[in-house]
Ligand binder design. Structure first.
Ligand code: CA2
Length: 152
């Protein structure tokens, strides 16, 4: 599969805990389930997915930089880094690939510190509060942007 048909899926800190705690907020699906949901949605459109999850900001930055070489877009749930990280935002902005931002929970309805996203204005697609199925929505809408079927 060519770079033109590959997405990078990035899950940030603590998302490896999906399915183990806080099911009332994040549901019962695991990180592996999330990666399958995204992979299946991409496959339906002829795309592949490279998935990375890390609790270390630098690992995420390196994966985003590497995507410049061989991916057509990035789907990212930055976890708590959403609300804190200029560094992550700069990495996404710097690689100049189309980005879809996903949040499992409805961050707009949670604590005030979750209302601001440093990533939001570098993302073409935003999917918030759709649970883990939001990853499929994000993949599909990002592929629409990449292929010119939508403006996001
Ligand atoms: O709703 C989302 O997807 C979030 O990005 C998840 C982050 C949170 O900091 C954001 O405000 C919203 C937290 C991810 C932690 O995930 C856990 C999953 C299960 C158990 C504990 C944490």
């Amino acid at each position: 599969m060519s770079a033109a048909h590959r997405l990078l899926l990035v899950n940030g800190p603590n998302l490896n805990l999906l399915g183990t705690r806080e099911p009332d907020v994040y549901g019962t699906a695991t990180l592996a389930d999330v990666e399958t949901i995204a992979t299946d949605a991409a496959a339906a459109r002829g795309f592949t997915v490279r998935a990375v999850q890390s609790n270390h900001e630098g690992v995420l930055i390196d994966a985003i930089h590497a995507a410049r070489e061989d991916c057509a877009g990035i789907v990212i749930n930055p976890g708590g880094l959403t609300h804190t990280s200029v560094v992550l935002r700069d990495a996404l902005s710097g690689v100049a690939l189309p980005v879809a931002e996903v949040h499992i929970s409805d961050v707009r309805a949670r604590e005030p510190f979750r209302h601001h996203s440093y990533v939001a204005d570098v993302a073409a697609v935003h999917v918030i509060g759709e649970g883990v199925d939001g990853y499929a929505t994000a993949v599909t809408r990002l592929i629409d942007v990449i292929t010119g079927h939508s403006d996001g």
